[in-house]
Write a new protein. Structure first.
Lengths: 274, 302
């Protein structure tokens, strides 16, 4: 089983490096992280924290948008593209289960994403530390940011496979992936914000809203990073919502999402007839 | 079934319906180890559906399939089955060697088997080029190479000659014969009877989802009793007289076309030679593979 997963991962990693996804994802991540780090360095003096803390806060906001986007861009073609090109039928006649095929692709795609995130966020963090200083706490915050960004990416990779399996065509899968991104990363928060305004500090705001936040992987990612570092929370202004939740809720959500989404993708893939 | 009762691939009462359309109905077919069976039929006759069923990519509505003693789609059945799709496609970004190595790993074969296989299908020089740069014939050869991986007991080849030049086609016959000699049961799907199918041991013909023929080429030809066509070129002005004597139809004023059964052939030739000077040339066409295929696929009979 491991050998077959590795065989798929090995081939997929080659494909990803050949079509330059690895290079472009890394470049994109690096570019945005560096730009944000230095554009966002202004409040250092006023808040009394080192530059790396500010950089981690800015990069948290960046990673919420960019990590899911990159993950979906890599993942949406995984099944629909193979079905469309006609490569799926032959591969599935080999003694390879559909779960093994998804896991193999997942390993390769996660490696690509992890490389892009570690290099992009890591380089920006190192640059910020060199330019404006860093403490032990801000270094841990950076490490946490990198690890959680990879987890967030893993979650959206799995969601991308689900979209890919559900829509028979590559174009349909791309549309579904963009829709997923919009709903989970942008519209979900807007909806919650609207509900908060309507509720005006009632039970919804106190008891339900924090849990709804934790339920969304993108918000769970934010909460986890904020809860772990009070100084980051100070800079990003997200301390209030996280305080009402138990500490384990956001990490549990972010770790459970990829597992559940992978299982769902496997079920959706089972309905594909090549 | 062969005398010793060995069967590599067995279909029994197989039916497949998509909603209300019956694509295959009550198909029973066996292929013994080392046997080469051509599966013929028009586009849409159900050949691809039958292959998908054997591969386990789709489930039958009724009936039973046995692939080398296993259920279709099970890991053991897939390990025992080689498949060459009609439009064989690979990842454009991978090289031929990388693609074949991936298949070898999936099949549990050592990767060192890959280089000799590429050599065998004549792709050694192009092995490290990207598949995106391959011609259709080269992709077909790579498809053949992956079908040769491992010790497969059943091979399903879907239109293996499409896109191949005559030399490649000759190589394909050699590969097919080699697989049969190694004991692989071969099912070769095609939409017309060509010289390749004529070199198989048995011909099975599908027509609108039903199996209308399943026998050797010789037996099928005898059962069909198709006429031999004789075409005479008459001396100028003599065509009418020749037609009056022998019957048949007059074509463009100079030729006469006759049909006769295999048994009548010699007698007919004797009558023609008695006409002497009036006939300048004679052409004889025994029933072609094409005619035979047409006969069993329903064209010219209701």
């Amino acid at each position: 089983m491991i050998a077959r997963i590795l065989a798929i991962a090995w081939a997929e990693l080659r494909i990803q490096t050949r079509n330059r996804w690895l290079a472009s994802a890394t470049a994109l991540m690096l570019l945005f992280a560096l730009a944000l780090t230095f554009a966002g360095s202004a409040p250092t003096g006023t808040l009394g924290v080192d530059l790396l803390t500010v950089a981690v806060a800015s990069m948290t906001t960046l990673a919420v948008y960019l990590a899911p986007f990159l993950a979906l861009m890599i993942a949406f073609d995984a099944i629909a593209g193979e079905a469309e090109r006609g490569t799926l039928g032959l591969v599935l006649t080999y003694p390879l289960s559909r779960a093994e095929m998804i896991l193999g692709k997942f390993c390769a795609h996660l490696a690509v994403l992890a490389i892009a995130i570690v290099i992009g966020l890591g380089a920006a963090g190192v640059a910020a530390a060199l330019a404006g200083g860093a403490g032990a706490e801000s270094l841990i915050a950076l490490a946490r940011l990198i690890a959680t960004s990879i987890l967030l990416g893993a979650c959206f990779l799995a969601l991308g496979y689900g979209a890919s399996a559900l829509s028979g065509t590559s174009a349909g899968a791309a549309g579904l992936a963009v829709g997923l991104w919009l709903v989970l990363v942008v519209l979900y928060d807007l909806g919650l914000l609207g509900a908060l305004v309507m509720d005006d500090g009632g039970t919804f705001t106190r008891d339900i809203f924090p849990w709804l936040l934790a339920l969304n992987p993108a918000d769970a990612f934010r909460l986890w990073n904020v809860a772990g570092a009070p100084q980051v929370a100070l800079v990003s202004g997200m301390a209030g919502a996280g305080a009402a939740l138990p500490v384990w809720a956001p990490p549990l959500s972010l770790i459970a999402w990829p597992v559940v989404a992978l299982a769902a993708a496997r079920v959706a893939f089972g309905r594909v007839e090549p | 079934m062969t005398a010793d009762g060995q069967v590599a691939l067995a279909l029994e009462g197989l039916s497949k319906r998509y909603r209300r359309d019956e694509v295959l109905s009550d198909i029973s077919l066996c292929v013994a180890p080392g046997e080469r069976v051509a599966l013929l039929g028009h586009n849409g006759a159900g050949k691809s559906t039958l292959i998908k069923l054997v591969l386990g990519l789709t489930r039958p509505s009724a009936g039973r399939i046995d692939v080398a003693g296993h259920a279709p789609g099970s890991a053991a059945a897939r390990a025992a089955t080689a498949y060459l799709p009609e439009q064989v496609a690979f990842h454009r970004a991978l090289s031929g060697r990388e693609q074949l190595s991936t298949f070898a790993r999936l099949a549990g074969e050592p990767v060192r088997r890959v280089a000799p296989l590429l050599e065998r299908v004549g792709l050694s020089d192009a092995a490290d080029r990207r598949i995106g740069t391959y011609s259709k014939g080269m992709r077909q050869r790579l498809g053949l190479a992956q079908a040769l991986l491992g010790r497969r007991r059943v091979a399903l080849l879907d239109e293996p000659t499409s896109g191949l030049d005559p030399i490649s086609r000759h190589d394909l016959y050699a590969v097919i014969d080699e697989m049969a000699a190694n004991g692989t049961a071969l099912l070769i799907a095609s939409h017309a009877l060509t010289e390749l199918e004529a070199r198989t041991d048995r011909i099975a013909i599908l027509r609108k989802g039903k199996l209308v023929a399943d026998d050797s080429l010789t037996n099928l030809a005898r059962a069909a009793a198709l006429p031999t066509r004789i075409r005479l070129l008459a001396r100028e002005g003599a065509a009418q007289a020749v037609q009056a004597e022998l019957g048949g139809t007059c074509v463009n004023g100079r030729s006469v076309e006759l049909e006769c059964t295999t048994e009548q052939k010699m007698a007919q030739l004797a009558r023609i030679s008695r006409l002497g000077e009036a006939v300048r040339d004679v052409d004889m066409a025994p029933p072609s593979l094409e005619d035979l295929y047409r006969h069993y696929c329903g064209e010219g009979r209701t």
